[in-house]
Write a protein that binds this ligand. Structure first.
Ligand code: GLN
Length: 287
């Protein structure tokens, strides 16, 4: 759906809701939110959760991680699975998800920003739940299972074995679980300083295409999407790496009520079929 028709759709829903009786509006928590598949909000708005901006769930992410989050090139609008999930969560809480030009940060700055507080309520960024991150922030219950992947240029013949050499260069996104995996599993390349931590995965993929890097380690759903749907068909997945990761949403430890509200909203979104619908839309299947 284009931006214009989506706006039109939302306006129309608001108009329809405007025509409903008072009882049905109260039944919706007083929110003319539109499009929540008829399920009731899981949490009452503002009941103890601190928010950066009243009425809004202010989000940050790293917008170079399709199909989880990316910028629409023409409109500059935030798009993707996590964006739609944040909209559904906000709606369940009687809020609006707040995505602005300020929402885009480097991945490795997301946890520190949430910990510091004041800028955003949540980071939703295909972020794996790890013990290290749990020391810094709260992470929601898991919302998606994921694994890593080794991506090479088609026909280059690189393998896990050939890549562990001081003559090979492997790109990763700085501060990610893929970066950690590469450092552990390519010790020779790592000690030669050849695991290159970049700000974004798109630059890493371009670098593998042009031969600047011999390989890239990143989350499997992102690698599959980029290769199969987004023009990087000169690359291939050489290995699926079963790390058994799970994604969670980062919330400040100073905001336990918000964590509870987000977990309640996630549960409702799983129960009412929205989660399955979003996964089918962005991944062609449930993950
Ligand atoms: N899931 C990986 C991690 O949490 C990568 C996330 C990302 O690059 N957006 O480290």
């Amino acid at each position: 759906m284009s931006t214009m028709s989506r706006r039109g759709f939302l306006q129309n829903s608001a108009l329809v809701l405007g025509g409903l009786s008072l009882t049905s509006l109260v039944g919706c928590g007083g929110q003319a939110s539109g499009g929540s598949e008829g399920s009731a909000p899981a949490a009452a708005a503002g009941a103890g959760a601190k928010l950066v901006e009243e009425g809004k769930l202010t989000c940050i992410s790293n917008m170079y991680f399709p199909p989880f989050e990316f910028m629409d090139e023409k409109t500059g609008e935030a798009k993707g699975f996590d964006i739609e999930l944040s909209n559904a969560i906000a709606e369940h809480m009687g809020l609006t998800a707040n995505w602005t030009s300020e929402s885009n940060q480097s991945f490795d700055s997301l946890v520190p920003t949430i910990k510091a507080g004041g800028k955003a309520d949540i980071a939703i960024a295909g972020m794996t739940i790890t013990e290290d991150r749990k020391q810094e922030v709260n992470l929601s219950n898991p919302y998606l299972d994921s694994n890593q992947s080794l991506v090479i240029k088609k026909g280059s013949g690189e393998t896990l074995k050939t890549l562990d050499s001081d003559e090979k260069t492997i790109a990763v996104q700085a501060g990610t679980t893929g970066a950690d995996w590469a450092k552990e599993n390519f010790p020779k390349a790592a000690s030669a300083g050849n695991i290159k931590g970049l700000d974004d995965i798109i630059t890493a993929m371009e670098g593998v295409s042009t031969g600047n890097f011999n390989a890239l380690v990143t989350d499997l759903p992102v690698a599959s999407y980029q290769i199969n749907e987004n023009g990087f068909d000169g690359l291939e997945i050489e290995e699926e790496i079963p790390t058994g990761e799970q994604y969670g949403i980062a919330v400040s430890k100073d905001n336990p009520q918000l964590l509870d509200d987000i977990n309640a909203a996630l549960e409702a979104i799983k129960q009412d079929g929205t989660m399955a619908k979003l996964q089918k839309k962005w991944f062609g299947q449930e993950l």
